[in-house]
Write a protein that binds this ligand. Sequence first.
Ligand code: ADP
Length: 295
Amino acid sequence: DVLVAGDVFLDLVFAGVDGVPRPGTEVRARDFGIAPGGIANQAIASRRLGLSVSMCSAIGDDAAGSWCREILSNEGVDLSFVVAAAQTSATASLAVEGDRAMVTWDAPRPADSAAPFRDLGDPKSIILYLDGREIGGDEMRTAITRGAKVFADVAWDAGETWRRDTLEALAGCHAFLPNAVEAMAYTGTEDPHRALSVLAETIPVAVVTQGAAGAIAVDSLTGESAAVAGVPVRAVDTTGAGDVFVSGFVAATEWGLSLRDRLELASLAAALSTTRVTGSLSAPTLDDIAAWRRA
Ligand code: ADP
C-alpha cells in the first residue's frame, strides 16, 4: 500500500513548442494535454503499476478540483483523506525541445492540510512530494515516525530554496530521489555523481535521475550501487517523468527487487510516460511495460 502526500495541481501541458513566448508574442504547440498533476502523478502512476494508493492532499472545491477528483477516483485512488481547499493549484507546462518551462499557481492551502495525514493507517510506503516550504515540516516528521518506508521527492525548483542542513531531516526518510539539477543545487556540487555521494552519506537510499541519460543510485542498507542508461524512446513531453520514476521505484521496492532492477523498472516506466503528453495520464500500466519488454 502506498500513501501519497503533497499538492495536486491541474496541469496544462503544451508540447512541441518552438520556444518560450516573450511579452507580446505567441508560440504554438504541436500537442496539448490536460491532467491532474503534482502528487496526482505519483498516485496514478502507482495505481497503474498495481499498487493500492491513498492520497493525503487538499484539492480545490472548484470545477478543476472536481475534475481532478473524478479522474483520480476512476483510477482507483482512495480519496478519503483529501480535504477541500478553496481553489485548485495549476501549472502550465511548456515542452520545449526536450526541456520544459513552467508557470505555476500555488493556491492557498487550508490552515492544516496535513491534519488527516495523522489519522491514517499503516501504509507500507509513503511518497512525499515536497517543496521548499515543507522540508522538515509537519508532514515529513509525521511520515517518518509512521514506520513506513518514506520516499521523498522534491518540487522542480526546490533546489534553489533548500539548504544543506535539511539533509539531516531527510536522513529519516528511506529514500530521496531528486533530479540531477536539484541534487547538485541541494548539495552544492557540480557533478551528479558527487551529489549522489554527498546524499548517500546521510540518506539510506539515494537516487539521482539524469533525464534521458538515466539514473544513478546508492543503497547503503544493502551496500548496492547501480546506474542505468536512459531507455531510448521518442520523448514528446517529459512532464512528470521524475514522478513516474518514483512510483516505479516504490513499486519495485515493494516487490523486493535489487537496486539495479528497481532503477530499471523506474526508468522504463518514466521513459514510456514521456512518449505521450502530461504526467499522470501518460503513466504506463503493467501491461504497457510487459508489452515493451516483449517487443
Ligand atoms: P524530473 O522529471 O524530476 O526533472 P528527470 O528529468 O531526471 O527528472 O527524469 C526522470 C527520469 O525519467 C529519468 O531518470 C529517466 O529514467 C526518465 N526520462 C526523462 N526524460 C527522458 C527521456 N527524454 N528519454 C527517456 N527517459 C527519460
